[in-house]
Write a protein that binds this ligand. Structure first.
Ligand code: ADP
Length: 683
């Protein structure tokens, strides 16, 4: 036994010229209290009918109805029962309607006395939009629509409609209701109404004004609530993203969490977060959030260079938002027709209707981009609060990325430190071994000389020669070791200047010849011409590299072999020097190893040719200092070797303009000048 129809709808059928108005719950509460106060203030015995949507709303007002019932016997209270409310005849009548009754959606108060009559017949607005759900959570902002009037006829019609409904639930009240009809309703108002054609509602202007004020106040509260709710929503989203991304120190994870949460939080069709910097030509899309039915663009090359939107972001350092990408002049007018990378093509192929691009910046440095896409069918207008929310999230992502980068470089640094520590320990062990070996030989020789006076003069000479030879080896080893450690620690002062390479080669050849006066050297062919461009380097160190390479070539090539020196001009920036020999060659898997400290093929103990195993390591340090490269080439054992290194050519401007960047301006071949200077000692 329930009636699903609405009392308001029924009433409106009787007053077709009347339009229902919108009322906030707060306004209805004030109006209801005013009507009840009027009943209590008058000495009248009116008819009072109140219908509450739920029992709990009635309970808040029950004490008022007890007072009203003290004044009149015609009081009817209706509510949907929750716990105790039931059909009862107590000091007033209570009528419990069922949950599915139309009354469950409505709020009624009808009072009819001798001198006054007013009614409030309203229905709650149930068709609310998603956004409003947050607002209606605030009880006073619940909205109703309906009629509030002090028109006696309309009030009587309303009373009749509700009394009829009470009869359905409480038929035993037929006599009491008949009495109410007789006393307050002047016969049957439903019949009289049909002939009446009531004009529209014109309530008391004073009351109307009060209601307007109430409504306006409520609107303001609603607006304030709206902005509070959106701020709260924004803060919640930012907090959840921030705490999620700050938990991670992994860049990829940060981007994935940000894209997912932001896409979900803002309910966009597609959200992208990608890394890029100002000079990137394109970015690859690796992290995206997609709403149902939206096509993925993962793995796609996203154009940045010559992209007018990206250029605008770089210039302004702020977001770009486009409501209707299909008609935006930045996309339509500036797109290159037929180019697959044009923005117009991008917009069409990815169905981007509304587009928001937000840079991820950290201290002005571009780290990446956040993009939000709405894919139609109609444009979505970007709200300023959404833009500022994305801005706040982008800032957080920027901080998290920097943290992750700092952590990664810290880890790198730790690894480098650990590697350095390992190298240092190795170095100490190797150096110790390399020094001990000649020292032991010297000691044995000297001990033999000291303890064996009967030793033959020939053997004595051998002992002395061996001790001297190993002492010399130790001296060279210490010298090379100190040179290398100074080079590695950056304690060398470099004096780069324009040099003639052929002069340097001549100088190093004369060093080699002077050092090997007593031995037969292989034939050396110098193919370096005098008319090569000048190179820019420290002459002493160029000679050092050439001497070491020539020295090795002589050591590892038999006297009947051939050594050649060549210079190529592979590009405009460098010359490439090659020292080739026809000697013992190097196994292909050793070509890189020979540059390691103390690397010697036969091992230091079995060495017959001498050397420290540090020469090539020193050469690499020197060449790297001037920005060049050094490498070895060999076909293998007994196939000869070639050692190549590059050296930068002097920029012409340095010499001709006199803008020498601190390098001496010279007309005489610089190496001649340097020859007069004393050789810098390394110790
Ligand atoms: P070393 O003082 O032993 O020559 P280097 O660092 O100059 O030390 O060279 C390291 C090792 O590289 C040498 O011991 C040798 O095994 C190999 N090597 C260097 N130059 C040549 C070359 N021209 N031909 C063959 N092997 C070479």
């Amino acid at each position: 036994m329930s009636i699903s129809t609405s009392v308001l709808a029924e009433l409106l059928q009787f007053i077709p010229n009347w339009r229902p108005q919108m009322y906030f719950k707060a306004s209805l509460t004030a109006l209801s209290h005013a009507m009840e106060d009027q009943v209590l203030a008058e000495a009248d015995q009116p008819l009072v009918i109140a219908s509450f949507q739920r029992e709990r709303f009635y309970r808040q007002e029950a004490h008022r109805y007890q007072r009203i019932a003290g004044q009149t016997s015609q009081v009817y209270v209706l509510a949907a029962p929750e716990t105790e409310f039931s059909n009862r005849s107590d000091i007033y009548e209570t009528i419990a309607f069922t949950d599915d009754d139309g009354l469950a959606e409505e709020w009624h108060l009808i009072v009819i006395g001798q001198h006054y009559a007013s009614c409030l017949i309203c229905r709650e607005r149930t068709q609310i939009f998603e956004q409003e759900k947050i607002e209606t959570a605030m009880d006073n902002s619940r909205r109703f629509e309906g009629i509030w009037t002090s028109d006696r006829t309309v009030t009587q019609i309303a009373a009749k409609l509700v009394l009829n409904r009470i009869l359905v639930y409480r038929p035993e009240l037929a006599n009491k209701i008949a009495e109410a009809n007789r006393l307050y309703l002047d016969g049957d108002p439903l019949k009289t109404a049909i002939s009446l054609q009531l004009s529209s509602n014109h309530p008391d202007p004073f009351v109307q004004r009060l209601v307007t004020y109430l409504q306006a106040g409520q609107y303001k509260i609603l607006k304030a609530n709206r902005s509070l709710a959106s701020k709260e929503q924004k803060e919640r989203l930012i907090n959840s993203i921030t705490s999620a991304i700050r938990r991670s120190l992994d860049t990829e994870e940060i981007l994935q969490v940000a894209v997912q949460k932001l896409g979900e939080g803002l309910g966009v069709c597609r959200c992208l977060v990608y890394r890029c910097n100002e000079n990137d030509v394109a970015a690859t899309i690796k992290h995206e959030f997609l709403n149902d039915g939206i096509g993925s663009i993962k793995g796609r090359n996203w154009p940045l260079k010559n992209n007018p939107l990206f250029e605008e972001i770089l210039e302004l350092r702020e977001s770009v938002s486009i409501d209707d990408a299909f008609h935006d002049p930045r996309i339509i007018d500036r797109s290159e027709p037929n180019s697959p990378q044009s923005l117009q093509n991008l917009v069409q192929s990815c169905s981007i209707y509304s587009w928001l691009l937000m840079p991820i910046l950290y201290q002005g440095r571009l780290l990446g981009m956040v993009e939000l896409h709405h894919c139609g069918p109609v444009p979505t207008y970007w709200k300023s609060e959404d833009i500022s929310l994305v801005d706040a999230v982008a800032t957080q992502v920027g901080v998290a990325l920097i943290q992750a980068e700092a952590y990664a470089s810290l880890q790198d640094l730790n690894e480098q430190l650990a590697a350095l520590d390992r190298t240092r320990s190795n170095l100490v062990a190797i150096t110790g071994h390399e020094l001990r070996t000649p020292l032991s030989t010297i000691q044995v020789c000297l001990e033999s000389l000291a303890t064996e006076p009967d030793m033959s003069p020939e053997l004595r000479q051998v002992m002395l020669d061996t001790a001297l030879h190993d002492a010399e080896r130790m001296r060279k080893l210490i010298q090379d070791f100190l040179t290398l450690s100074q080079l590695e620690s950056g304690r060398i002062q470099w004096h780069p200047e324009p040099l003639s390479l052929s002069e340097c080669v001549e100088l190093s050849l004369s060093h080699i010849r002077a050092r090997n006066l007593e031995s037969t050297l292989p034939k050396i062919e110098n193919h370096v011409s005098y008319d090569l461009p000048l190179v820019l380097a420290d002459g002493e160190w160029v000679v050092e590299v050439l001497s070491k390479l020539l020295d090795n070539a002589c050591k590892f090539t038999s006297p009947d072999g051939l050594i050649t020196i060549n210079v190529n001009h592979p590009n405009l920036q460098v010359l490439e020097v090659t020292v080739s020999d026809t000697g013992r060659g190097i196994e292909p898997n050793r070509l890189e190893k020979v540059f390691e400290r103390f690397y010697q093929e036969e091992g230091a103990l079995r060495r017959s040719i001498g050397g420290t195993g540090l020469g090539l390591a020193i050469c690499r340090q020197i060449v790297q200092n001037w920005g060049g490269e050094i490498w070895a080439v060999s076909e293998g054992k007994n196939q000869g070797s070639q050692f190549h290194f590059t050296i930068p050519i002097v920029n012409e401007a340095i010499i001709t303009n006199g803008s020498n960047n601190g390098y001496p301006q010279t007309t005489e071949p610089p190496i001649q000048k340097r020859r007069k200077t004393t050789r810098r000692k390394v110790n």
